[in-house]
Design a protein around this ligand. Structure first.
Ligand code: NAP
Length: 278
């Protein structure tokens, strides 16, 4: 019997910078599958039409990225409980019956990226400081709590947004003023930047690291550039660092499995293919 041709892709606006086609098309070739993963530039007011189109086109599903992650959730027939808690989806799976299931694999990707870098990493090793309170922060904070983190210091430029997350996620998360971010590094085991500061085209994150223990793991959700100024400064003073590429690669694995039926690995060849695009 001929193999089914399986189609998936990513909807975003803008979406041209996305590395997801490289990742998924690499795995399709590696596993000898029939199919393709495409880029779909979808304007915000067309997301509903585009998502309804998945079923009509016979697609296995798609990823959704900025700015669709929150709105797309409303169009699902079923939302995974973890995605519901995150308030956003990044992956849609169309079932054989044509139902739309929404998932969010960003938190899985983040935790897995820490484990890949440091196999003995533990969420309960000490306090964590998370900078930012947007979509990436929600995924990171929730997954850290689910992994057993007991003290998360949430620091956001707009403190009310950090406070809203604390109110939602409970006593393990405390909000700090943006001006307190340097002191919030005192005694921590993990620092995470989930703001856009340090991303290509944005200014560097302004953060003094003098109170950060040298034993702390420093991670950045940003992957363009691969080494942000935060990660460079942290590395040069002796901290272990993790960039955002591992989060991106790892969130793609369960999505690929859902669409193509194989749990793929992050191989040196995949790393090479991605690195060639930077
Ligand atoms: P978002 O929801 O728009 O949140 C942006 C965050 O950045 C907010 O906390 C915002 O603070 C903060 N911010 C913006 N300008 C700032 C400034 N001038 N100074 C201080 N803070 C500022 O975006 P997101 O979806 O969470 O994405 C955030 C970053 O994570 C992006 O760089 C994105 O590329 C990255 N990301 C990576 C992955 C991955 O797979 N590696 C996945 C998702 C996201 P306010 O609340 O005060 O506006």
């Amino acid at each position: 019997m001929a193999h089914k041709y399986v189609m998936a892709g990513v909807m975003g606006w803008p979406v041209t910078h996305s590395r997801s086609p490289i990742i998924h098309n690499h795995w399709i070739r590696q596993h000898g599958l029939q199919g393709a993963y495409g880029l779909f530039p979808v304007q915000p007011d067309r997301i509903e039409d585009a998502i309804r189109g998945l079923r009509a086109l016979g697609m296995a599903g798609c990823n959704v990225t900025i700015p669709h992650k929150v709105n797309a959730m409303k169009m699902m027939d079923v939302v995974d409980p973890l995605a519901r808690r995150m308030g956003a989806i990044n992956t849609i799976v169309v079932t054989p019956e044509g139902a739309l299931h929404g998932f969010n694999n960003d938190g899985f990707g983040y935790i897995q990226s820490l484990r890949d870098a440091k196999p003995d990493w533990r969420a309960d090793a000490g306090p964590a400081t998370v900078l930012g309170a947007g979509g990436a922060a929600r995924a990171v904070v929730l997954s850290l709590l689910d992994q057993g983190a007991t003290e998360i210091r949430l620091v956001n430029r707009t403190k009310s947004k950090a406070q809203a997350l604390c109110d939602e996620f409970g006593a393990g998360v405390q909000a700090f003023d943006w001006s307190e971010r340097h002191e919030a590094l005192n005694g921590i085991a993990l620092l995470v930047n989930t703001t856009n500061q340090g991303m290509h085209g944005e200014p560097e994150l302004e953060l003094q690291l003098n109170q950060l223990p040298l034993t702390a793991l420093v991670s950045d959700a940003i992957y363009i550039p691969l080494e942000t100024a935060l990660l460079r400064h942290a590395r040069l003073r002796g901290n272990a660092t993790v960039n955002g590429l591992g989060m991106l690669l790892n969130q793609a694995r369960p999505a690929f499995q859902a669409w193509f039926g194989v749990m793929p690995d992050i191989t040196p060849a995949l790393h090479q293919a991605i690195m060639a695009t930077f």
